[in-house]
Design a protein around this ligand. Structure first.
Ligand SMILES: N[C@@H](CCC(=O)N[C@@H](CS)C(=O)NCC(=O)O)C(=O)O
Length: 208
């Protein structure tokens, strides 16, 4: 059984969604990332040396980072479905868009958050406005971002868009809004939101 290290109101909701998509057995272990001082369990730190959620342990596999976990879970539990296989020509564009979240969206979000004035050409992620317009251009007229079907790249992108909306970093236009809604309407996404709520309530009850 997979153990997912999770905290409320974090990027860990995306990992619940991944686990629901692949249909693997899992249990949730809550980590209090807002505790001071932190009291992180050793098994969590073995999976996530930076102490960030989400992270998972699956037998001998110990790992963190949402995009890395998405690829691992798809290849391990739904090979060729939620991630194109290594010999599928669609794998390349899939990987580009899967990694658009950690490589481009995440640093751009931090740029916005700390109000950096970034010159696009000298920055590895471009800048926030470029990040949004490139994504909009790619998704305009497409149902899914790559491989002509829903993949973990869509999960990561929709999760990132949702996160930016939730934390007031982005007011999505119709292309991004419709795409996010389409992805979040999936049964697995709905179950993940529900589980996130249940785990939040459980954590609240345990600390009351
Ligand atoms: N790239 C990572 C980022 C994870 C991340 O930033 N997690 C935050 C919560 S949303 C965290 O655990 N912060 C607590 C800390 O850094 O101590 C991913 O998407 O998995």
């Amino acid at each position: 059984m997979i153990t997912l290290y999770w905290s409320p109101q974090t990027r860990a909701v995306r990992a619940l969604w991944m686990l629901e998509e692949v249909g693997a057995d899992y249990q949730v272990q809550a980590v209090d990332i807002r505790a001071t001082p932190r009291n992180d369990p050793a098994d969590f730190l073995a999976a996530s040396p930076q102490g960030k959620v989400p992270a998972l342990i699956d037998g001998e596999v110990k790992m963190a980072d949402s995009a890395a976990m998405a690829l691992y879970l798809a290849d391990r539990y739904r090979p060729g479905e939620l991630a194109p296989r290594a010999d599928d020509p669609a794998r390349g564009e899939f990987l580009y868009w899967l990694l658009y979240s950690p490589a481009t969206i995440e640093p751009a979000m931090m740029e916005k958050f700390v109000k950096l004035d970034v010159e696009s050409q000298s920055s590895p992620w471009g800048n926030f406005d470029d990040m949004v317009s490139v994504l909009e251009k790619r998704l305009d007229g497409r149902t899914w971002v790559a491989a002509d079907r829903f993949t973990m790249a869509d999960l990561m992108l929709a999760g990132s868009i949702q996160f930016m909306v939730q934390f007031d970093m982005l007011q999505p236009g119709p292309v991004l809004k419709n795409y996010m809604d389409r992805c979040l309407a999936r049964g697995a996404a709905q179950r993940a939101q529900q589980r996130d709520g249940q785990e939040t309530a459980r954590m609240g009850a345990a600390s009351a």
